[in-house]
Design a protein around this ligand. Structure first.
Ligand SMILES: Nc1ncnc2c1ncn2[C@@H]1O[C@H](COP(=O)(O)OP(=O)(O)OP(=O)(O)O)[C@@H](O)[C@H]1O
Ligand SMILES: [Mg+2]
Length: 263
């Protein structure tokens, strides 16, 4: 289990002669076993959060820690699932999933057995020998999820993993994520543009506007959730309005809103 902390983190990027402040003084505390979604418009620093926790990037200022240990580079304790599945096109599903275990102490047959078991858990037990081009986008994304989970990460990072899927496949993928999370309670940071997706999956929703966090909302519903439920829809409307209000504040102030501190 893992506890994640972003403490007063800032990160800028240079774009030609422009400086973009992707995150400014952002703090976010994620308790062990939470499922937190980052929700917000494009360009508000959601992927930057993922990149810092994954260790792909370093903050300009502040600290990112997992169980108190500062993140300075990528590691097998943090697995990432991207929007586009990044599978090796020449390897079948089984080999793609087993690949990550090569650095482990397991023998080749143990690695393959673990990979097969993990693919079974994401509903692909019948497709172990399929190459990526022989699978639908939804299946490929499940291979991506299996590849992340087979590492038994302490933290699971997902950056809009279902954005490219059609509505039905996406809804099935969301149900799978809930099932897997209920089983393992891996600490998860999930990025999405969809309020409904965030409400269906998360224990907490963190709303982003330019430069950082504007709202932090605990989701009070049990799992599995019903998107047609009245309470669900009330909260969806509230969040929709709050995102709108955040964008409005930004426009009026003409500056970055200061990030709300939690802990
Ligand atoms: N490597 C980079 N080089 C230059 N600018 C960057 C880089 N990465 C991000 N940015 C800028 O930082 C800001 C935040 O980007 P980020 O990718 O974190 O946003 P996001 O919330 O994930 O957006 P989206 O919803 O479109 O994926 C944006 O203005 C973006 O253009
Ligand atoms: Mg992004």
């Amino acid at each position: 289990m893992a506890h994640v902390n972003f403490n007063n983190v800032s990160k800028h990027y240079v774009q030609g002669d422009r400086v973009v402040q992707a995150l400014l003084n952002c703090s976010l505390n994620i308790e062990s076993g939470e499922f937190v979604s980052l929700l917000g418009p494009s360009g508000t620093g959601k992927t930057t959060f993922i990149g810092l926790l994954a260790g792909f990037e370093r903050p300009d200022q502040g600290r990112v820690t997992v169980n108190g240990v500062e993140i300075v580079k990528p590691g097998p304790d943090r697995a990432v699932v991207f929007q586009a599945p990044t599978l090796f096109p020449w390897q079948n599903a089984l080999d793609n999933v087993a690949q990550g275990l090569r650095a482990s102490q397991l023998t080749r047959s143990e690695r393959r057995a673990r990979a097969a078991e993990q693919l079974g858990e994401v509903g692909l037990g019948h497709a172990l020998d399929r190459l990526p081009h022989q699978m639908s986008g939804g299946m490929q994304q499940r291979v991506g999820i299996a590849r992340a989970l087979v590492m038994e990460p302490k933290v699971l990072l997902m950056d809009e993993p279902f954005a490219a899927l059609d509505a039905y496949v996406r809804s099935e993928a969301q149900k799978l994520i809930v099932t897997l999370w209920l089983r393992r309670r891996v600490t998860t940071l999930f990025v999405t543009h969809s309020i409904e997706e965030a409400l269906f999956l998360s224990t907490r929703i963190v709303i982003m506007a330019k430069g950082g966090i504007t709202q932090d909302i605990a989701v009070p519903f049990e799992f599995p959730r019903d998107p047609t439920d009245a309470e669900f829809n009330n909260l969806r409307r509230t969040i929709h309005d709050r995102i709108g209000a955040g964008v409005e504040t930004e426009r009026k102030a003409g500056t970055l809103p200061s990030a709300k501190l939690k802990n």
